[in-house]
Design a binder for this molecule. Structure first.
Ligand SMILES: [Zn+2]
Length: 198
C-alpha cells in the first residue's frame, strides 16, 4: 500500500523510528482510544487512531501485543498496545468501533497486523488472570487467538488478519520480553503512518 508506512521494531532496531512526526501515548493497560490530530504526546491511553497524513502512530511493547490497523478505503489507521488487560477489555474491537464512528470505516475493509508478543507457549497465568479469560486454574493464555476471536465477532475475518507467529519470550536474540528480563527489558516500537502528500 503506497499510501502507508508501517513496521514492527525488534530489539535490533532500537531507534528505527525517531522524529517529530510521531504521536505517542502514556500506556496504562486501558481500553482508552485517542484520536490523533497532531504529533506529539497524546496523554494516557492504549490506542491511537488517525486519518491525518504525516503522523506516525507509535506504541511500545515488550510481551504485550502491538496491533496495527489500516482502512484502505477511507485511508485511516490505528496503533494499539494490548496486554492481557487490554485484551480482556476488548481494546481491539473497541478501536475498530472508534474507526467506524470517526472515519466511516467498515470492519470488512480493515487490514489488521498483530506483531510479536508473548505466545501461548510462555504466557502461563494464575487463577485470577485466568478467570478474566473465562478459564480456570493455572493455564496458558493465547492473547493472539483471543484477539482474533474478538475481531471475528466484530466483522473482521481471519483473512484480514496477519500475525507474526513469533513469541517475544521465546526469541531472546530478536525480541524484548518483560516476563523474561523484568526491569531490564527494553521496549520495541511499532508504528503506522499515512504517507504525507509530496
Ligand atoms: Zn514462547
Amino acid at each position: 500500500m503506497p499510501w502507508l508506512r508501517h513496521g514492527f521494531g525488534t530489539r535490533l532496531s532500537a531507534g528505527w523510528l525517531t522524529g517529530g512526526h510521531l504521536a505517542t501515548t502514556r500506556q496504562i493497560h486501558s481500553d482508552r482510544i485517542l484520536p490523533v490530530e497532531t504529533p506529539g504526546p497524546q496523554g494516557e491511553g492504549d490506542a491511537l487512531i488517525s486519518n491525518r497524513p504525516g503522523i506516525g502512530l507509535a506504541i511500545r511493547t515488550a510481551d504485550c501485543l502491538p496491533i496495527l490497523i489500516a482502512d484502505p478505503r477511507h485511508r485511516a489507521v490505528a496503533a494499539i498496545h494490548a496486554g492481557w488487560r487490554g485484551v480482556v477489555a476488548e481494546i481491539a474491537p473497541k478501536t475498530i468501533h472508534a474507526m467506524c464512528q470517526r472515519f466511516d470505516s467498515r470492519a470488512e475493509d480493515l487490514i489488521v497486523a498483530i506483531g510479536p508478543g508473548i505466545g501461548a507457549c510462555c504466557f502461563e497465568v494464575g487463577p485470577e488472570v485466568a478467570a478474566q479469560f473465562q478459564l480456570e486454574g493455572r493455564v496458558k493464555v493465547d492473547l493472539v487467538g483471543t484477539t482474533c476471536r474478538q475481531l471475528g465477532r466484530n466483522g473482521v475475518s481471519l483473512g484480514q488478519i496477519s500475525t507474526s507467529g513469533m513469541c517475544s519470550y521465546c526469541s531472546p536474540e530478536l525480541l524484548e520480553s518483560y516476563r523474561r528480563e523484568k526491569e531490564a527489558a527494553g521496549r520495541m516500537v511499532a508504528a503506522i503512518e499515512i504517507v504525507g502528500l509530496k
